[in-house]
Design a protein around this ligand. Sequence first.
Ligand SMILES: [Zn+2]
Length: 255
Amino acid sequence: MQALGENDIEIMNLNKTLKKNQALQDLYDEVNSWKPVKLEKSSDVMWGSYINDKDEAVVSYSKASNYPACLAHELLHFKMQMSGYKRMKCSASSLENKELSKRLVDALDNELQHHKMFKDFKKMGFPNNSFYYDGDSETKKYLEKILNEKGNSFHDLITDYLTAIAPGGSFTPKEISSLKERFKNKTGDSNPFEIIDDSISDWIDSEDYCQQEVVRNIYRLMEQPTKTWIGFDNGKGFPESGFFIDNEFPIEELS
Ligand SMILES: [Zn+2]
């Protein structure tokens, strides 16, 4: 008999996990009937998921004490995409700080999915604090550091605010509302933060998986009007594979 490889062991672990949790098995089957699910060992402690060039749904896993919850989390990202959500992968923008535009689009892509998937995660019976992998406790330290820094503008804080209001995880509702207050006090203008809260809450409540409206509302807090296009691919599909925040423009206008 041949020795079992790492991948064989992983498949055995997966089957064992699925057998114990019907809701997880159903979710797995649903995603697997859309695109074949493949497991791949993560190169770090983070879990992740992506569609590879063979059109397979790849979950990259790592050791975690809450393995079934982490697996559910990644499968729910695929369920979002199955339901019509299109991942945002690049931006072309008149915003002076290009790095900020990239950071904002990446954060929105991740967090908007999380806000919408969280309901299903709870319905599956998992506790709120198991929504992220074990290392989530680092977030607290990070936000504390940001909130103690001096002189941060709304532009500096926007992606950290999205982290602070992310659903699930180790924060209690009381801690989240106190964090929210501290962000608002830091810039002295609570209005843009409230627009973020309201837009995300509409996004969670809507039946629609098209995120354009919530992204427009939030992006315009950075620059309005803005010459910004957000792409669903690496940018090659401009302008069809993506959407404009405000008016359409030819790409040459940005150079
Ligand atoms: Zn996630």
